[in-house]
Design a protein around this ligand. Structure first.
Ligand code: PMP
Length: 772
């Protein structure tokens, strides 16, 4: 039932008697306006000023008890919130009853708040902002308030029941009817259902300029009249206020903007609330003429400020429409800190590529033809703009899964709190450095933060030269370590044909499958390591010496090699003998990728002088670092200061810490070991069926599958590999190609990859190989 009550009319003398005997107050009485209640202002000298409220007998005791309890709840939850305080009767009753002419009227005595109603006064934008803040605080103060009464309350003013007023459209002036119909259809199509899913609680329900107060200094000084208290979507308080504060001849867009901004500075809006707000404002405006029509049908004349609202409702709706729905909608989104919604026509992948070419260069370096347009990631899945989902068996940057909520939250929380640099003392950088140091041990406890793997390697190389006084370096053939000029010299895979770096020598990869020494050779590790000897001798002979060897413990670009036992230690021993250091590039192999240990070098039993990190450290957020021995760092910074503006910023470190937490808490090393082994077992089984698979190798979740045209000659199957990657893409599986012959499948998924995911990948691989 929709209720339409008009206020009681008990003689003032009766009320004065009642106030004296039940509350012990007397004073000067003045009548106040009220839609359903009979209200008086009582000024009583020493005991202050009060509002004496005679409630409508049909209102329902439970609803009134709820109002009284709500006020007492708010007084406790937010002591300084300017809303009336309830004064209990001498008997300590919250709601004493007054009997008059056979009827019983519940009574409330409320503190008088200074200031006058805002009414038609124009508010400066600071006051509107404060209004938004107060509204949000009011919602917060009532968040924990529970009462049965408002749940079932069906108020005529409740936006959620607006469609029940549809019949009243017929009673509106003819020129208003199409607009009213349009609003109700839009509302019925979209927002009505959304309201059912919105956060809801007991709300004031009716904050407007005639029950909001302003003091002599122009500050909002109170919100009164809890008569429409209801259980409903929280956003209705904001929508109703926004609608009711609209007025002709003002900058109404600015008013809505400030109100929403103030509100969301305390209680951030959910996106669905921001997106529903404009519709809810229009509906609230429309309700005034509809309710007026309903009242008229019930023989109740509208009075007081209701008439003012009624007169301007339809013109205000028209004004909003003139301002433009999209514009206002985006203004609200902006105020609530959501990016604008751009209504652009759907684009073809071709158009997007053309756009990219114009701004990012003619030569596209992208995977797949046509490339994939990715729009979303979650765990081990990526979603493209056409809605197709891809199992990500390739990307090692989203180490703990795409958009892991623990990491994204840590990033967002820190971004909201503080993001500055290491020239200040910041907790996150110290905590993160301690965590990295503790994971590294072996005397490596000094951390320098940068922003990428390349920078980390560049810095480690500078430190190595400074520490050793030498100028030469060793890298693997076909290695990749980054983009800077110094590190390009360590990255022959960048441009194998043009690579030239006189101070660098390249180590032949310890490739048990393809190299000169096979797996059955008992000294295989030592034999491959000994290949470093002539290279070191050359560097020494040419006066460079060896400052460092830089090696990726997963041998990723070499085709994910199972380096023989003792190989890496053999190389490192030789380098140290020559006075050099070992830079363990853990950009690929670190953070548990290899399953057995947190760091790849530990898998080989080697202790480095430098660990460099990048890619997985921030799960996609740029994080890089060099971890070294304190004496090496001290020596380096004695030569000159080092500072990276973004390196070690609070957000990057919060991301890094969150990644370490997830790896530990979700047991990702154990998962990498178990799932990686399971995946390779599945792939090895395919070797019986598909002769093109020459070798399956790797550890943890770094797996290489080498494809050959002939298992005896090991002729690399490069074009087949490239074709297979396309077929796998069609199967919804992302895998990369790698190796000097581009014939190795690189399977390197996020560490949250499960055995069920491995089953999907292996089954797809089987199908794709059959179609090759
Ligand atoms: N080292 C290794 C082993 C890498 O694989 C990469 C990136 N592929 C880098 C360093 C460079 O890292 P970034 O791209 O973050 O500069």
């Amino acid at each position: 039932m929709i209720s339409t009550l008009s206020p009681p009319d008990v003689p003032q003398l009766v009320l004065e008697d009642f106030a004296r005997s039940v509350y012990g107050i007397a004073g000067e009485w003045a009548r106040l306006e009220g839609e359903r209640d009979q209200n008086f202002r009582v000024t009583s000298g020493e005991s202050g000023t009060w509002v004496f409220k005679v409630c409508h007998p049909d209102e329902g005791d439970d609803v009134l008890a709820c109002q009284a309890e709500a006020l007492e709840h708010i007084a406790k939850a937010d002591e300084t919130l300017p809303v009336p305080r309830l004064r209990r009767a001498l008997s300590s009753e919250a709601l004493p009853s007054l009997r008059h002419e056979g009827r019983r009227y519940p009574v409330m005595l409320l503190s008088w708040l200074d200031g006058g109603v805002i009414g038609e006064r124009k508010l400066p934008s600071e006051a509107i902002h404060r209004m938004g803040v107060l509204l949000a605080r009011l919602g917060l103060a009532m968040r924990g308030f529970v009462h049965g009464a408002p749940a079932g309350r069906k108020l005529v003013w409740d936006t959620r029941h607006v469609l029940k007023l549809r019949a009243q459209i017929a009673n509106l002036p003819a020129e208003d009817r199409p607009l009213a119909e349009d609003i109700l259809s839009r509302h019925g199509d979209v927002t009505e259902k959304t309201l059912l899913r919105m956060r809801s609680q007991i709300i004031h329900g009716d904050v407007h300029p005639y029950n909001s107060l302003i003091d002599a200094e122009g500050r909002i000084s109170g919100i009164i009249d809890f008569g429409d208290i209801v259980h409903g979507p929280l956003v209705l308080d904001l929508a109703n206020a926004a609608a009711d504060f609209l007025a002709p001849g003002r900058d109404n867009a600015a008013m809505i903007f400030e109100l929403v901004k103030g509100y969301s500075s305390v209680t951030p809006l959910e996106e669905q609330e921001a997106d529903a707000l404009l519709d809810l404002i229009e509906v609230r405006l429309l309700m005034t003429p509809l309710v007026d029509a309903l009242k008229a049908a019930n023989g109740i004349a509208s009075q007081g400020y209701f008439q003012a609202f009624n007169g301007r409702s339809m013109p205000m709706i028209r004004e909003l429409r003139k301002l433009g729905h999209d514009r206002l909608h985006n203004l609200i989104r902006r105020a609530a800190a959501f990016p604008p919604k751009v209504q652009s026509p759907p684009e073809s992948v071709g158009d997007i590529i053309a756009r990219r070419r114009r701004v990012m260069g003619e030569k596209l370096y992208v995977f797949y033809d046509p490339p994939l347009h990715m729009v979303k990631g979650k765990g081990v899945w990526l979603t493209a703009s056409d809605g197709k989902r891809y199992l990500d068996c390739y990307n090692n940057v989203p180490h703990v899964g795409h958009c892991h909520p623990y990491v994204t939250e840590a990033i967002a929380r820190q971004a909201r709190t503080l993001n500055t640099n290491t020239r200040y003392i910041t907790d996150q950088s110290i905590d993160y450095a301690e965590r990295l140091g503790a994971l590294s041990s072996d005397g490596l406890s000094a951390v320098v933060f940068v922003n990428s793997g390349s920078e980390a390697n560049d810095l480690a190389w500078r430190m190595a030269k400074a520490w050793t006084g030498k100028q030469g370096g060793l890298a693997m053939e076909f290695a990749y370590h980054g983009v800077s000029e110094a590190i390009d010299a360590f990255s022959p895979s960048n441009a194998p044909a043009n690579w030239y770096a006189p101070h660098i020598r390249l180590l032949p990869p310890p490739d048990v499958y393809r190299g000169p020494f096979g797996a059955n050779d008992p000294d295989i590790g030592e034999r491959y390591a000994a290949m470093a000897d002539p290279l070191i001798a050359e560097l020494e002979g040419e006066g460079y010496g060896v400052a460092a060897a830089m090696i990726d413990s997963a041998f990723m670009t070499n085709g994910i090699l199972d380096a023989p036992k003792g190989y890496l230690q053999g190389v490192v021993d030789r380098v140290r003998q020559a006075g050099g250091t070992f830079i363990a590039d853990e950009v690929q192999s670190g953070f548990g990728r290899m399953g057995t240990e947190f760091w790849g070098h530990r898998h080989h039993g080697v202790v480095p002088d430098f660990i460099t990190i990048g890619k997985p450290a921030g799960n996609g957020h740029p994080v890089g670092a060099v971890i070294t021995r304190p004496e090496i760092l001290d020596h380096f910074i004695r030569l000159g200061p080092f500072f990276s503006t973004f390196g070690g910023n609070n957000v990057a470190c919060a991301a890094g810490i969150a990644v370490l937490d997830v790896i530990r808490d979700e047991g990702l090393l154990e998962n990498a070991l178990a799932t990686g082994g399971y995946l390779r077992d599945g792939l090895r089984k395919l070797m019986h069926k598909h002769a093109i698979i020459g070798d399956v190798r790797g550890v943890g979740l770094a797996t290489g599958v080498e494809l050959v045209r002939d298992r005896a000659t090991k002729e690399p199957a490069a074009t087949e590999t490239s074709r297979l990657l396309g077929l796998l893409r069609d199967e919804g599986i992302l895998i990369g190609g790698e190796g000097v012959f581009a014939n190795v499948l690189k399977i390197r998924p996020p560490l949250v990859f499960t055995m069920a995911d491995a089953d999907i990948a292996v089954a797809a691989m089987d199908r794709a190989l059959s179609r090759l």
